[in-house]
Design a protein. Structure first.
Length: 318
């Protein structure tokens, strides 16, 4: 753990802090993609629905535009009601798309392990832990995906789509402060940890909540002037998953050391992560696709050169 990250941990477990609040997405949990909407393409592929990604983005934008002015956020149901209205899609297909989106999120969301370590340190030091998120996904789903990834024993999940109050407007933090002042806990005894500079940091500070910023892995990757251009051409293609995985692995610790003037951060292991691993994956994928196209039913992976492609094939076969 980098020294700056350990300073966050030490702050969390210090006697001055009684309540620790964590953001979810890009803080506790990460997606292996460049942009969250990249997962919508996976939803469309599973259902066999062309152009789903673009249509889903439009439906969410429309739902946000048409929501009541006094509500800060929308629900997943609101989005799919708008999807059905805009594109005249049957109720059965809407239900299938919605359930598939939830399943895709569940399958791909994984923990940011360094932040999970801080989360558990807070619990171990008897801090009251809450989770605070601006998100349209339903509460039972988020509770299940948090549990799957090792997050439990928190006191409350403050969710914008349920409270109709958002971090981005500050009103969700206002509610948190009000709830804890009623228990005799002052705002400066609360600390919030998140990746969004405006919603997580600036808005929380307006209500005198202490904060710590943990930049998202993909934003850290984009700040690396030599590394990101190497990967940038892949970010808007199906290889968004490779770029997202590389970012999440390199920058799980938000303050991990990485030489910005280097392609690989001067770590030999990063050559495998950034170049050799993706190259072997794409080669094995091409080989399998070509075998299917040519009707080849048996593949023989000859050791030693075939060892890594075999292991990749076994993973793909799962």
């Amino acid at each position: 753990m980098h020294q700056r990250t350990r300073e966050i941990l030490n702050k969390v477990i210090s006697d001055e802090i009684k309540v620790v609040s964590f953001d979810i997405f890009d803080t506790l949990l990460v997606r292996p993609v460049v942009a969250p909407t990249d997962l919508f393409k996976r939803v469309g592929l599973r259902v066999g629905f062309d152009n789903f990604k673009d249509m889903r983005i439009i439906a969410e934008q429309s739902a946000r535009k048409n929501k009541p002015f006094f509500e800060d956020d929308i629900t997943l149901d609101d989005i799919y009601k708008e999807f059905s209205r805009l594109f005249e899609v049957s109720a059965d297909l809407v239900d299938r798309l919605k359930e598939t989106e939830l399943q895709v999120e569940f399958d791909y969301l994984c923990p940011r392990k360094t932040i999970r370590e801080i989360y558990h340190a807070a619990l171990d030091h008897n801090k009251e832990v809450i989770i605070t998120s601006d998100m349209y996904l339903p509460k039972p789903f988020l509770e299940s995906v948090l549990k799957k990834n090792g997050y439990s024993n928190y006191k409350k999940l403050y969710l914008s789509c349920e409270e109709k109050l958002a971090k981005g407007t500050g009103r969700l933090f206002e509610k948190i402060v009000s709830d804890y002042e009623a228990k005799g806990i002052s705002p400066n005894e609360i600390i919030h940890i998140g990746d969004n500079q405006k919603a997580d940091i600036e808005q929380a500070k307006k209500y005198h909540i202490q904060t710590r910023h943990v930049p998202s892995a993909i934003n850290i990757l984009k700040s690396k002037k030599k590394l990101y251009p190497l990967l940038q051409n892949h970010a808007s293609t199906d290889n968004t998953f490779l770029v997202g995985y590389i970012a999440n692995t390199l920058f799980d610790d938000p303050y991990a050391s990485f030489d910005i003037n280097s392609f690989f951060g001067k770590e030999i292991k990063n050559i495998a992560l950034i170049i050799f691993g993706p190259l072997m994956l794409m080669f094995t994928k091409w080989m399998l696709e070509d075998a299917i196209k040519e009707g080849i039913e048996k593949l023989c992976f000859v050791y030693r050169d075939g060892y890594i492609p075999l292991k990749i094939y076994e993973k793909l076969a799962e």
